[in-house]
Design a protein around this ligand. Structure first.
Ligand code: VG1
Ligand code: CO
Length: 540
């Protein structure tokens, strides 16, 4: 059935897909226009195969039914969908690759809260399993501004609770177990027997799924296959509103886990993941592991896991992520890459075999096993390393800093600012960048300052305007950029990094260690002065 429609403003995908208030997505034609724009901008759905699933948030199942009917009416041959329309982002990426499909659609606003008054989102991944490139998202956006009609089949809903093959018109719909293939992939990468032995020896863990999509994955893998004690995985049922939790695994939003890990008789290891399962936070007994450090530790130790025994080809990190991983790459004599924020920029490096591990400061780590960041994978790699090294998380971190030095790191977020105010702060600093090199700020000499532009070493594409950075002599840095995942106002992210070579000064409190950087940022960008805020809303 052809339905006439008009273009809808603002269907421009951000850092990771299109995110809007759920009610916006539920409004007439909104989801339909965007999905049709995806099909149209990627050569049509005729004869194609897709993977479909989401993080279980409010409107997930309804949106999936609409997309199935649209795929059918657009001539798709087959859609593989997780039971209950559930798939974590990394599991969807794996299924695209495993089945050689033409791409996939993931329904999620990731770490943003869910519910009728919260957020919803749609991400499109290409045949390599990774987020669509900038060129593709631009084409989808361009199409959304021209669209005049969409196609949708007038057919009954699919029974998504029933595993097996069904049809929408002549299109095949395979409803599959969302966990099975993913769990098999993990079993091939990690030494499950060794980790199982560690658990049976009394190793204790808490995994907080935050009422989001990783619950079923973590239950099956960590409690089921690895034998962790029942109850290790908490908040394990994906709920439409995430039980009111903000499914963002950082010390602020995963405070229950933090309390447990810093309390008396804490477990040996703690972890949390986000709405769609691509993020992870790891915590040791009384010690928090910053995501940038986590990437560096994983890079230095990945060879202890069977899937990485041959060594790493290279390590890639997003520009605002601390340089800790670069130090490891240098020591190992492998490539270190610096990309803009967002996983889509890692795809080419992974496909070309230049990088094996990738990471972002925003609690994202992953490898070439899929083309997304992967929360459960990161936790399993940590478990494998802990099982091999038989040291605590704190010992491993301390040893790492003694060897490589410590990149003190923190991100300060100023949320829900008026867009004009945020732009003024960015414009203000941008205007000063050219004059900064050679000047002194807070007793530190500015070595370089620029608006980060990335030239993809594989396909030569250039992405500009990816964040303002000020680098000081000695390896300390400030980065300022605007978030591309929010749905209300603007969020300014200030990233702070200070390098301490050691052996002295490796055990300072992070915010104290960064105090000169915080003062330097205020001197250069005047965020507090311009926004009237006394401090950041979220510190990670
Ligand atoms: C944020 C993070 C970025 C991450 C993106 C998607 O983007 O900073 O590193 O890739 O979220 O993560 P931004 O533009 O708001 O800074 V996910 O797990 O929310 O899909
Ligand atoms: Co996510």
């Amino acid at each position: 059935m052809r339905v006439t429609t008009n273009p809808i403003e603002g269907q421009k995908p951000g850092t990771s897909g299109l995110r809007k208030k759920t009610k916006v997505f539920m409004s007439e034609g909104y989801l339909e226009n965007f999905i049709q724009s995806i099909f149209d901008a990627t050569g049509g759905a005729q004869g194609r195969t897709y993977v479909l699933g989401g993080d279980g948030r409010y409107f997930n199942a309804e949106a999936a039914q609409i997309i199935l009917k649209m795929a059918a009416a657009n001539g798709a041959e087959r859609v593989i969908i997780g039971q209950g329309a559930i798939l974590s982002t990394p599991a969807a990426s794996h299924l695209i690759r495993l089945n050689g499909t033409d791409g996939g659609i993931v329904l999620s606003a990731s770490h943003n809260p869910g519910g009728p008054d919260e957020d919803f989102g749609v991400k499109f991944n290409g045949p390599n399993g990774g987020p669509a490139s900038e060129a593709v998202t631009e084409a989808i956006f361009a199409r959304s501004r021209q669209i005049g009609a969409y196609w949708i089949a007038d057919e009954p809903d699919v029974d998504l609770s029933r595993i097996g093959m069904q049809h929408v018109g002549s299109m095949e719909v395979s409803v599959i177990d969302p966990v099975a293939d993913y769990a098999r992939l993990m079993e091939g990468l990690f030494d499950f027997p060794k980790i199982r032995t560690m658990f049976s020896g009394g190793f204790r863990m808490r995994f907080d799924a935050m009422c989001a999509v990783t619950g079923p994955y973590a239950k099956e893998i960590i409690e089921g296959r690895l034998g962790a004690a029942p109850g290790t995985v908490v908040h394990a049922d994906p709920l439409p509103d995430f039980g009111g939790m903000h499914p963002d695994p950082n010390p602020t939003w995963a405070h229950e886990l933090m309390d447990e890990m810093f309390g008396e008789d804490a477990p040996d290891f703690g972890a949390a993941s986000d709405g769609d399962g691509d993020r992870n936070m790891v915590v040791g007994q009384g010690v928090y592991v910053s995501p940038s450090d986590s990437l560096a530790v994983l890079a230095a130790n990945a060879h202890l896991a069977p899937g990485y025994r041959a060594g790493l080809k290279g390590v890639a990190r997003s520009m605002p992520t601390s340089c800790a991983a670069d130090l490891v790459a240098d020591a190992m004599g492998i490539g270190a890459y610096e990309t803009p924020t967002g996983w889509k920029f890692f795809g080419n490096l992974l496909d070309a075999g230049r990088a094996t591990l990738c990471g972002e400061e925003s609690f994202g780590t992953g490898s070439d096993h899929v083309r997304e960041k992967d929360g459960v994978w990161a936790v399993l790699l940590w478990l494998n390393i802990l099982a091999e090294r038989t040291e605590t998380v704190r010992e491993i971190l301390n040893g790492h800093w003694r060897r490589f030095g410590r990149n003190y790191y923190s991100r300060h977020d100023y949320e829900a600012l008026p867009v004009d105010t945020a732009n003024r702060v960015m414009d203000g600093l941008r205007a000063r960048l050219g004059d900064l090199p050679g000047t002194m700020v807070e007793g530190m000499v500015v070595q370089s300052a620029d608006d980060f532009a990335y030239s993809d070493p594989v396909d030569g594409s250039v992405s500009r305007g990816q964040g303002l950075r000020v680098v000081f002599e000695g390896g300390s840095r400030l980065v300022l950029r605007l978030s591309g995942t929010g749905t209300e106002g603007a969020t300014l992210r200030l990233y702070l990094e200070r390098y301490a070579a050691g052996p002295e000064g490796l055990d300072e409190e992070v915010q104290e260690a960064l105090a000169p950087m915080i003062r330097a940022a205020e001197e250069l960008a005047a965020i507090r002065a311009a926004t009237g805020r006394v401090g950041p809303d979220v510190v990670t």
